[in-house]
Design a binder for this molecule. Structure first.
Ligand SMILES: Nc1ncnc2c1ncn2[C@@H]1O[C@H](COP(=O)(O)OP(=O)(O)OP(=O)(O)O)[C@@H](O)[C@H]1O
Length: 366
């Protein structure tokens, strides 16, 4: 093959991409853990890989790190192939940082000793190393005082931030985070996540976070990759994947969804909630229409109404199940929806309510 032909046979690689995963597959015996995964990550951005347990997230992260080799496909860092059928650049030559679920700090070393472990000893020695350790601890909102403690004398969130400081000590270009917040309780999880995101953004480190928590993925990342059964179901900006999921399963995975039978004509879907505009209609005729519950509001009056059949109180809001009244000419089965409302006093079982729809729906072929 001539050079020009060989170049044409290569998949297109975006020059701005820090990481490019193309057609990656991996099996463990009969288990197909990854199939035909394509993922591009721009330099300095944050990507979250989210999916249910066993969907292949960790396998993909380990292949990006260089801990495992793909069976097929290619991984490129800065346009350079680091893994394909023949070559495998090992993890320690990929200039990456890795933070595991449990932080994996060395219990026998002090906090400072843990961070210093990551330092390049040809660049940092003696007082320079001590100064760099404190600098790294300050990046993750800890101090020189913490450096003297043992890891077990810190809170869970502090330990995770030390693990991040240790990973940052290597000056990585790419940071891989494998569910690093999952062992923390809700409040600590939020504040640690924010602190970690801010540190990584300020250092301009390209970051990939693996999580099974949808809201964590949506709030942390510039780009969300949804993984299912070893394949990527959708990759896009958080707002896009949440408001325009590629399919119903992705819609339901990323959040609560109101799904109704509808008939689509042009870009208008007729369903038990009236006529709802649809962006980019995929088909005409019978479809499934998806709205997010926050798009359905309880109103003072209107043409759409129903009866509350069930409520569930959560504190800031209440989940309300509503049996929709049939609209004139509708002879289909009765349909119920579940939405949220802030006023628990208003949402009483048996109450009649009017509903108003905000924004557009998403239609899927029935
Ligand atoms: N070393 C291994 N040997 C055999 N099977 C494996 C191995 N590692 C992963 N698997 C299998 O590959 C599939 C994907 O696993 P993986 O750990 O990547 O999923 P995950 O999405 O990270 O799950 P979790 O959220 O539970 O960590 C699973 O079916 C798992 O059992």
């Amino acid at each position: 093959m001539t050079q020009a032909l060989a170049a044409a046979a290569q998949p297109a690689v975006n020059d701005h991409e820090h990481l490019t995963v193309s057609g990656v597959g991996k099996s463990f015996g009969k288990v197909r853990a990854l199939r035909d995964v394509d993922l591009g990550v721009l330099r300095g951005t944050t990507t979250a890989i989210v999916g249910p347990s066993g969907s292949g997230k960790t396998t993909l992260l380990r292949i990006i790190a260089g801990f495992d080799a793909p069976d097929e496909g290619t991984v490129r860092l800065n346009g350079r192939v680091v893994a394909d059928g023949r070559r495998l650049v090992p993890a320690h030559k990929r200039n990456i940082g890795f933070v595991a679920q449990d932080g994996a700090l060395f219990p026998h070393l002090s906090v400072g000793g843990n961070v210093a472990f990551g330092l390049d000893r040809t660049r940092y020695r003696g007082a320079a190393a001590d100064r760099r350790v404190v600098e790294l601890l300050e990046m993750v909102a800890l101090t020189a005082e913490h450096a003297r403690r043992r890891p077990d004398q810190l809170s869970g969130g502090q330990q995770q931030r030390v693990a991040l400081a240790r990973a940052l000590a290597r000056d990585p270009e790419l940071m891989l985070l494998d569910e690093p917040f999952s062992a923390l309780d809700a409040g600590l999880r939020l504040s640690t996540r924010k602190a970690v995101a801010e540190t990584l953004a300020s250092q301009g480190v390209t970051t990939i976070l693996v999580t099974h928590d949808q809201s964590e993925a949506l709030s942390f990342a510039d780009q969300v990759a949804i993984m299912r059964h070893g394949a990527l179901a959708q990759v896009g900006a958080p707002f896009v994947v949440y408001t325009r999921p590629a399919d119903l399963e992705t819609a339901r995975f990323l959040g609560e969804a109101v799904v109704l039978d509808a008939v689509l004509q042009g870009s208008l879907a007729t369903c038990a909630l009236g006529e709802i505009p649809v962006r980019l209609p995929p088909a005409q005729g019978a479809v499934k229409l998806m709205l997010r519950p926050e798009q359905v509001r309880i109103a003072g009056s209107g043409g759409i109404h129903g009866t509350i059949t069930e409520t569930d109180f959560f504190g800031p809001d209440v989940t309300v199940r509503i049996l929709l009244d049939r609209r004139p000419g509708d002879d289909g089965a009765p349909q119920s929806i579940t939405i949220r409302h802030w006023n628990a006093g208003l949402a009483r079982v048996g109450a009649q309510v009017f509903l108003r729809i905000v924004g557009e729906g998403v239609a899927y072929p029935a």
